[in-house]
Design a protein around this ligand. Structure first.
Ligand code: ARG
Length: 578
């Protein structure tokens, strides 16, 4: 719809400029709603049409805009044409704007904004997203939490755009930690504890055996031996390892479910220990592997023997490393999914690791390494739960729930809810996600529970509150008024601002799809909620004539629909009561 207007403006421009309309569509953007009086709906940047794309507005650009505007005519769609420095501005016929926006929001439902012309010609792609990826028996730290939330957002967005997405959880399920765990479980493990709370128990055993192994050489030796047995494929050792892994995965699935997150594949480093050996042989055969004096082997990434650009791919004892297994995994995924893009989501500490993986793939002749992308994010400091530093994802979820329940109990307006725990969790998660997504992903930030949970200001609780409030409007008045509605009633500045803002949703989705940053959507939804609050104050439904009430109700319904769409993309489940 926004695109129908864009197209109509582009068609007129195309005649004047003698350029195909398709090439003009992306230069026409909806004008962000400003606090000032209502203005134009779309603008065209004259500079973006000129060949020199320096981004600076040129001294003569106002004159250019004026000259272009003079050649354009108003009609049934565009009711006013004006200019600003370097821009031509278009105001859409108000009645048409209202009808078209509301109609489109209702008709497209969860696809509103995604069917826009901005995305047309976008081929359907196969996309692999590798995210969350905790290490079995080790801490599930804040970095894993961020990877989980961000990866889920990227997967949601890509899927919404019509791509075929495969979500992979690449577990750290191999390595010396399993030697320690194997040896440790035989010494300090309890079968019942393993059954009842595997993640917790495995972590306890791991911590204890680590400590003991530092003091007692025999235990260190036992761990080493156990890992060796694993590497050699010893059936008994492997079956214990398999139990640890299976029990852990079952737990992960249950906990991710609380977050509303699932994976298509629980893969892991263990899958690639043999395939990593095959990679080493391949590198050797191609003459790309260089042995070091200590017996390990490296690949030269500089191409000129610069030792600082050497990447170790094999230990002196012949075993593979994290990087080698990632290379094997990438090749395997290419085989299995024939992906057009693969996205890895981890903290920025792994930037170098992924550069090395991609570069070695290139050296090996896999030109599809170009299609692999690492999305790095910054470090979060200071997230603590009642039980101390973050060690388990479940602790974070429980913390969110208890804190939110306390907040809700202290607020008088809280409604009587059937399941307050569930609502508390959804509110808290919204709060956490908005806090995490509001800035650039790469930025570090200091975590603070109180700030996260504020109900006023730009928080996730505010989004949920807005959604619940709009929902209750529909519940209260819905059946009475929704059939009777007259779009000419929506001419107040509060209504027009909302319509103009709804018009922009596709551009915001487009921006996020380009740079994979959720902050554009976050900002958009917060603005939408503020606009809704202002409108709610001014535009009464009760005591208004039926056609006015109906029109306003429609407008609020459209806001709630777009708000819910955006929240779901971010990984938030909107609540209807709070
Ligand atoms: N398990 C790793 C860690 O905790 C993250 C894995 C990311 N994915 C990958 N394919 N390397 O650091």
């Amino acid at each position: 719809m926004a695109c129908a207007f864009r197209r109509s403006i582009a068609c007129q421009l195309s005649k004047v400029l003698d350029l195909p309309p398709e090439s003009l569509i992306k230069s026409i953007s909806a004008v962000p709603v400003s606090k000032k009086q209502e203005g134009a709906d779309f603008q065209l940047s004259v500079d973006s049409l000129l060949e020199d794309n320096s981004g600076r507005s040129r001294p003569d650009s106002q004159a250019k805009a004026d000259r272009l505007a003079e050649k354009l005519k108003c009609g049934s769609v565009v009711s006013e044409i004006s200019t600003g420095p370097g821009t031509v501005c278009f105001k859409i016929n108000r009645e048409l704007l209202t009808k078209a926006v509301l109609h489109q929001v209702m008709e497209d439902g969860s696809e509103y904004g995604l069917k826009s012309e901005l995305f047309s010609g976008l081929p359907q792609r196969r996309i692999v997203v590798d995210f969350s990826s905790p290490n079995v028996a080790k801490k599930f730290h804040v970095g894993h939490l961020r990877s989980t939330l961000i990866g889920n957002f990227i997967a949601n967005l890509k899927e919404a755009l019509g791509h075929k997405v495969t979500r992979i959880n690449y577990l750290g399920d191999w390595g010396l930690q399993f030697g320690l765990l194997g040896a440790g479980f035989q010494l300090f493990g309890y079968e019942e504890k393993l059954q009842s709370n595997p993640l917790q128990h495995l972590f306890e055993v791991y911590v204890q055996v680590n400590k003991e192994a530092e003091e007692d050489k025999n235990i260190a030796q036992l761990a080493h031996d156990f890992f060796r047995q694993l590497e050699l494929g010893d059936v008994q050792a492997l079956s214990l390892w398999q139990r640890f892994r299976d029990l852990s995965v079952t737990e992960y699935v249950r906990i991710y479910k609380r977050l509303g997150i699932y994976f298509d594949e629980y893969s892991g480093e263990s899958f690639y220990r043999e395939k990593a050996q095959a990679i080493l042989q391949l590198l050797e055969r191609r003459g790309l592997l260089q042995k070091t004096a200590k017996g390990s082997a490296v690949v030269d990434l500089s191409g000129n023997g610069d030792p600082s650009a050497a990447c170790t791919v094999m230990r002196a004892d012949g075993t593979s490393l994290y990087v080698t297994r990632d290379i094997a995994a990438a090749l395997d995924r290419m085989d299995k999914y024939n992906f057009d893009a693969m996205i890895y989501v981890t903290d920025k500490g792994q930037q170098k690791h992924f550069q090395q993986v991609f570069q070695i793939l290139k050296i090996m002749g896999c030109d599809w390494a170009e299609r692999c992308q690492h999305v790095p994010f910054g470090i979060v400091q200071g997230m603590r739960t009642r039980r101390g530093d973050v060690t388990f994802l479940e602790d974070v979820l429980n913390e969110i729930q208890t804190r939110m329940l306390q907040n809700m109990a202290s607020i008088k307006t809280t409604k009587a809810l059937e399941c307050p725990e569930e609502t508390a969790e959804k509110l808290g998660l919204a709060a956490l996600i908005i806090q995490d997504f509001r800035g650039l992903l790469l930025s570090d930030y200091q975590f603070c529970w109180d700030r996260v949970f504020q109900s006023r200001g730009d928080t996730g609780v505010f989004l949920q509150y807005t959604h619940a409030r709009l929902h209750s409007l529909e519940e209260t008045f819905g059946c009475g008024y929704l059939n009777d509605f007259n779009t000419t009633c929506l001419q107040e500045p509060q209504s027009v601002s909302i319509l103009q803002h709804l018009l922009r949703f596709d551009e915001v989705l487009y921006r996020s799809s380009q740079d994979l940053q959720p902050k554009h959507i976050v900002r958009y939804l917060l603005t939408l909620s503020h606009l809704a609050a202002a409108a709610h104050r001014k535009l009464q439904i009760k005591d208004s004539p039926p056609d006015v009430a109906g029109a306003r109700l429609h407008l609020f319904k459209a806001v709630r629909s777009v708000l819910a769409n955006g929240m779901k993309l971010l990984g938030i489940t909107p609540v209807c009561k709070m």
